[in-house]
Design a protein around this ligand. Structure first.
Ligand code: GDP
Length: 449
């Protein structure tokens, strides 16, 4: 995952600070310095890092920090808030059912624009929208065939031409056709170039004028370094960029360049691309993203995933239980079963607190193997052990040596595996405890996007 290394370094710096016997200004400064160095080395813009450092410093009160135990939490909260502020461009535009919209995609060649158009179409098609795609990229040979192939795979109607060379004409005709066909979301894929050039910007402006988009989405490669900043600004200054989609967030790039570009444009990120496949696409929320970055998990994102695969009736019961703070071990077992159906394991795992590392650093095969391991252990538990709703009692139960011996032997696993499972259960139970104060919908998807 892009930014994985940064995330590990940020949380590492905070953990290191929490281990100091006395928290004074020097310890805080050293921790903050480590955080800033990590951000700079991940390609985050210098000015943004300086700003973050100043804001965090201003928000801290050394007396509060000296209480020792809370120091890590206070600094973590402040860093969390600052990073969230950096990534938060406000609420992105969302299509509405019953209202026809044109969404135009722009970006440089190779950034993942055509792939993302299909992911976007597929995402909203699954949500019950009538969608269609128009290929207004006449610059790149094969662009229409690529879009056609993707659209066919996603079973989405498309429009384009092998012979017409004027992209503005194609865009106009395509949008017109789908408007009369009462399509809800008409997606217009425009051409990209290897670098910014005036011809590209001129073409973008002309297409925008004829199709009158309700939203322009700028597609940016998450692996792009420092150059991302200027590029994003150039696009924003040419067409009215309404939101951003950052692609290739599954790679191993440093990612700070994209993060800085998002901050510079102040446009909201609406989705991120996390793989080459159609369903490797997630709605973006700054808080959830930063939470995952700092290894704190993302309960809301997980809930969105779960609501995608669980039937609506079952969702209601689950939400009810969770909102009462009840978390039997069977529930964890059921969630593991759901997770196996949810697709890209590493994507789901990173939403669980502390799980990304435990699950093999985002490698899908390893993650799947770990889940199986935990489920085998739970298979060797009694019904009473699995179904007790009281988390406190469960924690006590899981600290009894004779019980642990029985479970580990019964499952034919290692003690190490059992301790991993217990750690995971404790972390999730703690989050569920916090959910008592959270307002969760009783049914339907948590996130409408
Ligand atoms: P375009 O030139 O901007 O239209 O880019 P394409 O859609 O043709 O994508 C360029 C390459 O990036 C293709 O090989 C895609 O499969 C790949 N790609 C697009 N989005 C993602 C993503 O989120 N993750 C990964 N790993 N690859 C992606």
């Amino acid at each position: 995952m892009v930014l994985t290394e940064l995330g590990a370094r940020l949380s590492g710096a905070l953990v290191k600070m929490s281990k100091s016997s006395k928290v004074d200004q020097d310890v805080v400064d050293a921790c903050l310095k480590e955080i800033c160095t990590a951000l700079l080395q991940a390609d985050v813009n210098v000015r943004l890092v300086k700003q973050l450092q100043t804001n965090v410093k201003m928000s801290l009160n050394l007396e509060d920090l000296q209480s020792g135990f809370n120091a890590q939490r206070i600094l973590q909260k402040s860093v969390f808030q600052e990073l969230t502020r950096l990534m938060d461009g406000g609420k992105p535009w969302v299509p509405k059912k019953g209202k026809q919209s044109v969404v135009m995609f722009v970006g440089l060649q190779g950034n993942g624009k055509t792939t993302t158009c299909t992911k976007y179409a597929y995402h909203y098609k699954r949500k019950g929208f009538k969608v269609a795609m128009v290929c207004a990229d006449t610059f790149r040979a094969g662009a229409f065939d690529q879009l056609k192939q993707n659209a066919t795979k996603a079973r989405v109607p498309f429009f384009g031409s092998h012979t017409e060379t004027d992209p503005v004409k194609i865009a106009e005709e395509g949008v017109e056709r789908f408007r009369t066909e009462k399509v809800d979301i008409i997606i217009v894929d425009t051409s990209g170039r290897h670098k910014q050039e005036s011809a590209l910007f001129e073409e973008m402006r002309n297409i925008s004028e004829v199709v009158q988009p309700n939203n322009v989405i700028y597609v940016m490669d998450g692996a792009m370094g420092q150059a991302a900043h200027d590029q994003a600004l150039a696009f924003r200054d040419t067409v009215d960029v309404g939101s951003i989609i950052v692609t290739k967030m599954d790679g191993h790039a440093k990612g700070g360049g994209a993060l800085s570009a998002v901050a510079a444009t102040r446009s909201p990120v609406c989705f991120i691309g996390t793989g080459e496949h159609m369903d490797e696409f997630e709605p973006f929320e700054a808080e959830s993203f930063v939470s995952r970055l700092l290894g704190l998990g993302d309960f809301k994102g997980l809930m969105n995933k779960i609501t995608d695969v669980i039937p609506e009736e079952a969702q209601e019961e689950m939400m009810e239980k969770l909102s009462q703070g009840s978390f039997p071990l069977r529930f964890l077992y059921d969630q593991f079963t759901n997770i196996q159906e949810m697709g890209p394991m590493s994507q789901v795992m990173s939403m669980l607190p502390g799980m990304a590392n435990m699950m093999g650093g985002g490698r899908d095969k390893e993650s799947a193997a770990n889940i199986k391991k935990y489920m085998t252990l739970m298979d060797s538990m009694t019904t009473k052990e699995l179904d007790n709703p009281d988390t406190e009692k469960n924690m006590k139960m899981l600290s009894e040596t004779s019980r642990i011996n029985r479970i580990v032997r019964g499952a034919g696993r290692q003690y190490r595996d059992m301790y991993e499972l217990i750690t995971q259960y404790k972390m999730m139970a703690k989050m569920v405890g916090k959910m008592k104060q959270m307002k969760l919908p009783k049914k339907g998807p948590v996130n409408a996007r």
